[in-house]
Design a protein around this ligand. Structure first.
Ligand SMILES: O=C(O)c1ccccc1NCC(=O)[C@H](O)[C@H](O)COP(=O)(O)O
Length: 225
């Protein structure tokens, strides 16, 4: 169904920063809706376009292949698009709305909001109104993948109500806090990287399965209310 199919009571799940076929097979077996590939060389989770293409070939129909870039050049972006069948772009740097639209060229894309104190949610959603989704992440060094949550209480309830169908909640999620996040915000989807790793950049099959089970438990609780 893909990551951005909004269905209250069926929170979608993206697992980001996959680097091996074992990672991909475990995430698919756990029931993931999207897997993210980091095309940002400074990241320990970075993969090449050719490696990503090999990993994407293992995905069943319906699981999104998310291509994550940070201020990519035209050449870098063209190399990714030429090699890998990305179904959803994630712009996680300082890209303007115009730059995102130019690179995405009509394909689905989401913009990461790096949320620090006093973040202007209304300004962000107005500025990036063309995006298919907003990925709300914590403001961390190195642009993302920090493993720390931001202050969910700082998101205005009116903003959440208006935008929940295209919110992907991210930043420091794990098996212990994802249930609260879903109960509080009812996002279209949740995204996790550090929270399913046994060390930075090393995914754990058990943690991936437990994370998705925790999402399903939270959804069941929502549906019973
Ligand atoms: O994951 C990275 O290393 C990364 C590096 C630079 C920019 C973005 C990056 N990840 C983006 C993601 O979508 C992560 O899943 C998101 O930041 C949440 O990460 P975590 O807090 O570790 O769950």
């Amino acid at each position: 169904m893909g990551l951005l199919t909004y269905s209250p009571g069926r929170t979608r799940v993206k697992i980001c920063g996959l680097k091996t076929s074992a990672d991909v097979d475990s995430a698919v077996a756990a029931g993931v809706d999207a897997v993210g590939f980091v095309f940002y060389p400074p990241s320990v989770r970075a993969v090449s376009p050719n490696i990503a293409a090999q990993l994407i070939s293992r995905l069943p129909v319906g699981v999104d292949a998310v291509g994550l870039v940070v201020n990519a050049t035209d050449e870098q972006f063209a190399a990714i698009r030429a090699a890998a069948s990305i179904t959803l772009w994630q712009f996680h740097g300082d890209e303007t709305p115009e730059r995102c639209a130019q690179l995405a060229a009509g394909e689905p894309w989401m913009k990461a909001a790096r949320v620090g104190t006093g973040f202007a949610f209304d300004d962000f959603s107005l500025q990036y109104g063309q995006a298919n989704a907003f990925l709300l992440d914590a403001l961390v060094e190195g642009y993302g993948g920090g493993g720390v949550p931001f202050d969910w209480q700082g998101i205005p309830q009116t903003w959440v109500s208006e935008n929940a169908p295209r919110v992907v909640l991210s930043g420091g999620l794990n098996v212990h806090n994802v249930g609260e996040a879903i109960a509080r915000l009812h996002p279209c989807a949740v995204d996790v990287s550090s929270g399913v790793e046994i060390s930075r950049g090393v995914k754990d099959p058990a943690l991936m399965a437990q994370f998705i089970q925790a999402v399903r438990a939270a959804d069941a609780k929502t549906s019973s209310q």
